[in-house]
Ligand binder design. Structure first.
Ligand code: 3HC
Length: 291
C-alpha cells in the first residue's frame, strides 16, 4: 500500500511515521507546500528515532528501513497513492482546495481513498463540490503512540470507504472507532471543553497552573493535566475546536474562555511557540503566571 500524507506538521509527520512503521505499507509520500517543510517533518521523525537508538530501544537498521519508506516532496509527488491522509491547516478553504487539486490534477489511482485528519471540521462540508467523497481518519497526538483512530463518515461517505479505513487502521495496530459526523466527533467534543474548563478554573484563581494539572493527573489518572495538554496540542488548535463546536451547536456551554483567546492572539500557543501555560526552555518546563 502507498500512502500520501499531506502536511508535515506535528500531526502529519506523526501519521507518516505510523504508516511507515507498518509492514504492509511500502511507501509514504510526506508532502507539504515547500520541500523544506516536508524535509523538516522527516527530520523530526529521524530525531525521535535517534533518541530511541541512543537509549538502546531501537536498532539503527530498523530506523533506516522506516525512514527509507518516507519520501518527501510537494503534493504533486502523490501520483499513485492508495490512500491520501490530509493533515493540512485547520482551515476549510485550504482543505477543500487541497483535495480539489489532488483529485482533479494529481492522483491518478481511480481507487484512491481521500481522508482528512481534521480535528473538528465537517467531513460533509470538506467533500462538498469535490469529484470524490471524503472520509475522516482522525489520529491523536503523538500519532505513532496513541492507539485510537476515529473513522468519521460524512453524509456522502460510502460504507465501503468506512470499512476500508477501519481495516487499514487495524493494520497500523490502532483501534478504530466509527463515528457519525458531529462537531468535534467524540474525543474532541469531550476533551477540548474539559481543557477549556481547566483554563476557566485557572482564570478564576481557583488553583495555580501546576495545581490544576496535578489535581487532574492524580485525581483522574490522566497522563497530562488539562493545561499542559492544551500546550501540547497547541492552544490555537484548542481554540479552533471550541469555536467550531460553539458555532455548529450554538450552545453557550462551548464558549471559549477569554484567557484562551487572549493567549492565542499573543502567540502563547504552548510547546510549538515555546510558551503557553508553561515556558519551554532547554528541555525544561516551568509554569508561567498569566493572572
Ligand atoms: N512521537 C513519537 N513517539 C513518541 C512521541 C512523539 N511525539 N512522544 C512520546 N513518544 C513515545 C516515546 O518514544 C516512548 O516510546 P518508548 O517507550 O517505546 O521509547 C513513549 O511514547 C512514551 O514516551 P515518554 O516515556 O517520553 O513519555 P510518557 O510516558 O510521559 O508519555 C505521552 C508521553 C504518550 C505523550 C503521554 O504523556 C500521553 O499519553 N499524554 C496524553 C496525550 C493525549 O491526550 N493526546 C491526545 C491529544 S488530543 C488530539 O491529539 C486530537 C487532536 O485533534 C487535537
Amino acid at each position: 500500500m502507498k500512502v500520501a500524507v499531506i502536511g508535515a506538521g506535528t500531526m502529519g509527520r506523526g501519521i507518516a511515521q505510523a504508516f511507515a512503521q507498518c509492514d504492509e505499507v511500502e511507501k509514504v509520500y510526506l508532502c507539504d507546500i515547500k520541500q523544506e517543510f516536508a524535509d523538516g517533518g522527516k527530520d523530526m521523525v529521524k530525531k525521535g528515532f535517534d533518541k530511541r537508538i541512543a537509549k538502546g530501544k531501537m536498532a539503527q537498521e530498523d530506523a533506516d528501513k522506516i525512514l527509507n519508506k518516507i519520501q518527501t516532496g510537494l503534493n504533486s509527488q502523490a501520483v499513485d497513492p492508495d490512500l491520501v491522509v490530509e493533515a493540512a491547516l485547520e482551515v476549510m478553504d485550504i482543505k477543500k482546495a487541497t483535495f480539489k487539486e489532488l483529485q482533479e490534477d494529481i492522483v491518478k489511482n481511480p481507487d484512491c481513498i481521500f481522508a482528512s485528519n481534521t480535528s473538528s471540521l465537517s467531513i460533509t462540508e470538506i467533500g462538498n463540490g469535490l469529484p470524490k467523497p471524503i472520509i475522516g481518519m482522525h489520529f491523536f497526538n503523538p500519532a505513532p503512540v496513541m492507539k485510537l483512530v476515529e473513522v468519521i463518515a460524512g453524509i456522502n461517505t460510502p460504507a465501503a470507504d468506512v470499512a476500508k479505513v477501519v481495516e487499514i487502521s487495524e493494520k497500523l495496530g490502532k483501534t478504530p472507532v466509527q463515528v457519525n459526523e458531529a462537531p468535534g466527533f467524540v474525543v474532541n467534543r469531550i476533551l477540548v471543553p474539559m481543557i477549556n474548563e481547566g483554563i476557566q478554573v485557572y482564570s478564576e484563581g481557583v488553583a495555580d497552573i501546576e495545581g490544576i494539572d496535578s489535581a487532574m493527573k492524580l485525581g483522574c489518572n490522566h497522563p497530562m493535566g488539562p493545561l499542559e495538554l492544551g500546550d501540547y496540542i497547541g492552544l490555537d488548535i484548542v481554540l479552533a475546536i471550541m469555536d467550531v463546536i460553539y458555532k455548529e451547536t450554538g450552545d453557550s456551554k462551548y464558549r471559549a474562555c477569554t484567557l484562551l483567546r487572549k493567549m492565542v492572539r499573543g502567540k502563547h500557543l504552548g510547546c510549538k511557540t515555546g510558551i503557553g501555560f508553561y515556558k519551554y526552555e532547554n528541555g525544561a518546563k516551568t509554569p508561567v503566571d498569566k493572572l
